[in-house]
Ligand binder design. Sequence first.
Ligand SMILES: CC(C)(COP(=O)(O)OP(=O)(O)OC[C@H]1O[C@@H](n2cnc3c(N)ncnc32)[C@H](O)[C@@H]1OP(=O)(O)O)[C@@H](O)C(=O)NCCC(=O)NCCS
Length: 166
Amino acid sequence: MSVPVVVELSAQQTHPLRRAVLRFDTPTKEVVFAEDTWPGAVHLGLLVDDELVATSSWVPRQLDGDDSSLAVQLRGMATARSLQGSGFGGLLLEAGCERFAETGVRLVWARARDAALAFYLRHGFEAVGEGFLDAATQLPHHLVVRHLTLEQPAGEQQTGARRDGR
Ligand SMILES: CC(C)(COP(=O)(O)OP(=O)(O)OC[C@H]1O[C@@H](n2cnc3c(N)ncnc32)[C@H](O)[C@@H]1OP(=O)(O)O)[C@@H](O)C(=O)NCCC(=O)NCCS
């Protein structure tokens, strides 16, 4: 197996994994997010042996009620179903946080599915407020936030991944 490589993707390139992982069992089958084309939105994927194994989308966006920090919303975290639990999602999450910490972003937030909450908590996020039912997916969610610092941008874990410019 080759060393995982973090790559920048177009929004369209995230659609197959979004569809297969995030939409296979939900009432909505929509894989296009309105925020995909917002200014500054970045889509990051993880390539292993030339195969796209995980995707994520990062959108510059303030968190409601917090205008103190430069913030990014993480959306569409998905690892190919047969490869979940292999560490790829963690690598991609840490690589994205490191990249945005370097650009001055101090807060990453997400609407996390409860099924994935442990994954976010393990990576330095905190759950904030009461749980809620997401309208599109009808799945229970929590808001999660992670504060980034330049000194420790990648949280407790190392990315272990190579980064490509594309
Ligand atoms: C949530 C998700 C993106 C995480 O990606 P992943 O590639 O499975 O993440 P990792 O493998 O890094 O970590 C997942 C778990 O596997 C464990 N793990 C990590 N490396 C591992 C390894 N080498 N071997 C076995 N298990 C491992 C971790 O401890 C982690 O456990 P946790 O859930 O208790 O935190 C992925 O599981 C997924 O796509 N889930 C379905 C869609 C979804 O819920 N997306 C999030 C929407 S908010």
